[in-house]
Design a protein around this ligand. Structure first.
Ligand code: NAP
Ligand code: MG
Length: 507
């Protein structure tokens, strides 16, 4: 499956790479105070890439204090918005100038195909940075409609120190969604990347310093979740946590907040997104492409991945056949091969978890297509699962309800739009959903009734920085992306000015 000619260039480049592995605190790279490190493995072949400094409680405290000092100094928080825009635009440019290195780090560390990392992850993260930089001097504050005797200004001020805790599935993109609006709004940031994928964040820190972000304003503290993540969540000088990851850890941050300073917590917690296909869907070939890519892209490690197919019995057979066909046509292989469309699962633990669901599906009586471990040619190890379809799934079963976070689609058959939407909503999650139909009224009505933060009609995963992204129900609170993200990283201030009788002095 792997073409050695296209893979060679990146394999050679990877051999030359010397990633930054130290913590970035107050403008400097430094080891952890106690010298601790953790191993960073590549899911491509399971081999050790490097040892990354592991932030302890004292390191996180250093980073938060540096962020807090920088905030109070005003060097960034009170800087002219155009200056912040200039620096963040420069950062965006530097990300694109370093596209190959960032993409290679992302691919090696996470298992994303190098082609996706170069075409999607790095450009999207850079665009996010630029978009918020360009937006920040175009947002106006408000004047409230008070009585004539007063002037009340409603202004947005940065919150202070933002702690960003991110997962491994889209390290750069999710990081950019959180840090771009935070920094543009004038906050200081402490970023805790996922243990599995810290390397692109450390490169970003280097580029941020080069772009001119002042020392202390942006800090990166790789480390273990229960240590570095928890101490950020409990730190009294952190004003907000913005988190993406699992529901259990997300809820843990609410506890940390409650037991410390009541800091704001925004949570994006994944999902079990339904792709609803009704009997009157016009183009089943296009629908099958979208359904398949909606679950198999990034080997299914996508928070809004369309992991449930709720399909009308009248189109079930044809659609499932087509989805299986698309799945078989996808090139699963070495992430460093430019031809690869489906790369690796991020870790051995996640691989075992995903494979475990194939056993569960069998126990629950589903018809299993695929679902096994595969090993691309030329690789001695690594974590790969073939595109998988579980057919005949009872939506209330574990396969129908639990987030697998792998390339596995659960198919449930229904009849009619009402049953389809009811079944789609029978989920603790509500991150995204799609509905396929050629009837306009059905499309609008279903879109209204689907309980999800994003609903797509006759497409899946169409998105852009201009629209908000986040969940209903157990999928969390808060929204990344769009101008609304500024609401998440600013506090409203009222300044009430008494004008008295409003009569001007005559003298
Ligand atoms: P996770 O444990 O929730 O990790 C997310 C982030 O939280 C990471 O930076 C992690 O650090 C940190 N963390 C872990 N335990 C913590 C704790 N006790 N206190 C503070 N921070 C902590 O997610 P995961 O283990 O990577 O994945 C588990 C499952 O979550 C997946 O199988 C998938 O179902 C779901 N998931 C969802 C998303 C999403 O986008 N919504 C993304 C990834 C995973 P470490 O990296 O050091 O653990
Ligand atoms: Mg890794």
């Amino acid at each position: 499956m792997t073409d050695p000619t296209t893979g060679r260039r990146w394999i050679d480049a990877a051999a030359e790479l010397t990633p930054e592995t130290r913590l970035f605190i107050d403008g400097d790279f430094q080891p952890a105070r106690d010298g601790a490190t953790f191993d960073s493995l590549s899911p491509r072949d399971g081999r050790l890439l490097c040892r990354v400094s592991s932030a302890g409680v004292a390191d996180v405290d250093d980073a938060v204090r540096a962020a807090s000092r920088a905030f109070d100094s005003g060097v960034w928080s009170r800087a002219d918005r155009r200056e912040r825009a200039r620096v963040l635009t420069r950062l965006s440019d530097l990300m694109l100038e370093n596209l190959d290195e960032l993409a290679l780090l992302e691919s090696l560390d996470s298992g994303h195909p190098i082609g996706d990392a170069r075409r999607v992850d790095v450009p999207q993260a850079a665009r996010t940075m630029r978009w918020y930089a360009e937006a920040i001097d175009k947002i106006y504050d408000e004047v409230a409609p008070t009585a004539h005797s007063a002037l009340a200004l409603i202004t947005r001020e940065p919150l202070g120190v933002v702690g960003a805790v991110v997962p491994w599935n889209y390290p750069l993109i999710i990081t950019a969604w959180k840090i771009a609006p935070s920094l543009a709004a004038g906050n200081s940031v402490v970023l805790k990347p996922a243990e599995l994928t810290s390397l692109s964040a450390l490169k970003l820190a280097q580029l941020a310093a080069e772009a001119g972000i002042p020392a202390g304003v942006f800090n990166v503290v790789p480390g273990l979740g229960p240590v570095a993540g928890q101490s950020l969540g409990r730190h009294p000088l952190v004003d907000k946590i913005t988190f993406t990851g699992s529901p259990a850890v997300g809820r843990g941050f609410l506890t940390y907040s409650g037991e410390s300073n009541g800091k704001q917590v925004a949570l994006e917690l994944g999902g079990k997104s339904a792709q609803v296909v009704l009997a009157d869907t016009g183009d089943l070939a296009a629908c099958a492409e979208a359904v398949a890519w909606g679950i198999f892209y990034n080997a299914g490690q996508t928070c809004h991945g369309g992991s449930r197919l709720i399909v009308d019995e009248r189109v079930h057979d044809e659609l499932v056949e087509r989805v299986l066909g698309v799945g078989r046509s996808l090139i699963l292989g070495d992430p460093l091969d430019e031809a690869t469309q489906i790369g690796a699962i991020a870790s051995e633990r996640q691989l075992e978890r995903v494979l475990g669901y194939t056993d569960i599906a069998r126990t629950e009586g589903a018809v299993v297509h695929g679902g096994g471990r595969v090993r691309p040619d030329g690789l001695s190890d690594g974590y790969y699962v073939e595109p998988t379809v579980f057919d005949g799934v009872d939506n209330t079963s574990r396969i129908g309800q639990e987030e697998i976070f792998g390339p596995a689609l659960a198919v449930t058959t229904v009849r009619g739009a009402a049953e389809a939407v009811r079944v789609a909503n029978e989920s603790p999650y509500g991150l995204a959903a799609s509905v396929w139909t050629s009837d306009l009224t059905t499309a609008h009505t279903a879109a209204r009734e689907l309980r999800a933060g994003t609903v797509w009609v006759n497409t899946f995963d169409a998105s852009d920085i201009v629209t908000p992204f986040g969940g209903f129900k157990d999928s969390g609170s808060g929204r990344d992306r769009s101008l609304h993200a500024f609401d998440a990283y600013t506090a409203l201030k009222t300044t009430w000015i008494n004008l008295g009788s409003s009569a001007l002095p005559t003298d």
